[in-house]
Design a protein around this ligand. Sequence first.
Ligand code: CAA
Length: 285
Amino acid sequence: MARDISKVGVVGLGTMGAGIAEVLARSGIDVVAVELDEAGVARGQGHLRHSTERALAGGKLDEAGREALLARVSCSTSLSDLSEVDLVIEAIPESLAAKAEVFSQLDKVTRPDVVFVSNTSSLSITEISVHTARPGKVVGMHFFNPAPVLKLVEVVRTVVTEPEVVTDVVAFAERLGKVPVVMGDRAGFIANALLFGYLNHAVRMYEQRYATREDLDAAMRFGCGYPMGPLALLDLIGLDTAYEILDTMYHQSRNRLHAPAPLLKQMITAGLLGRKTGRGFYAYD
Ligand code: CAA
């Protein structure tokens, strides 16, 4: 019998965590969201307010629906408040040590049958799972940015994930209105493995002054029908996140396609991370 999932913990309320919390709450699921400190909670609540205001302006939600959605998300700075949840989704920054620490604390406070999900895009789910006391109940659930809009969820199983956990998480993703695809634990999963060679190539073309950023982006938007050009998309993803993903794939495959373009590193060092810092390939207000 499929497990009953009515209350979910979300650890980390950055862009992805807040987007995931919104998706859950929109599907009628109670969310307990945990951040490191009050400033993190305030930032996360700001993401939620901003995104639901957009939905309100676009007619996708009415005011009552928005209030009900926000009321379903309670925030905390303590992982011990996740003692009652049926599943946990971790969406903290990409550090194996930090994720291992979160899951080892969660092992102590949650029921042993609770499934642990990571939204990682660049770490191995297998490596995360072996830092828990329940590796068979650990899967990846990789959402795409912006999570409230994009339908894909990559469900990542390891060699020890219990098959019924995968079945339950696939059913859960469908309940959220998402389109799940299932795969083994390989760097880049499916979508990033295909996407990031292209994005990296665009950075190299820009670096070599092959074309302006506007023309590079316009070519893919108006010639290939992509919703955004590659450099604008890198700004949305975050250059630091993109670098981590490329670097992991490069170390796993040694495929030069994924060797991060030097310009990416320089921009990261200079603090040009994309939309989140107000400047990347483009400037944002
Ligand atoms: N949060 C919530 N809703 C958002 C949003 C956000 N951050 N951004 C856009 N939306 C909503 C808007 O409110 C709008 O809703 P309505 O249709 O109800 O008006 C809708 O999405 C379309 O938005 P816009 O009209 O403002 O602009 P758009 O049509 O250009 O769409 C976009 C914006 C959805 C971001 C679109 O350009 C797009 O899909 N771009 C590609 C994004 C992409 O490829 N993401 C994957 C990155 S890879 C990844 O995430 C994996 C990883 O591991 C890094």
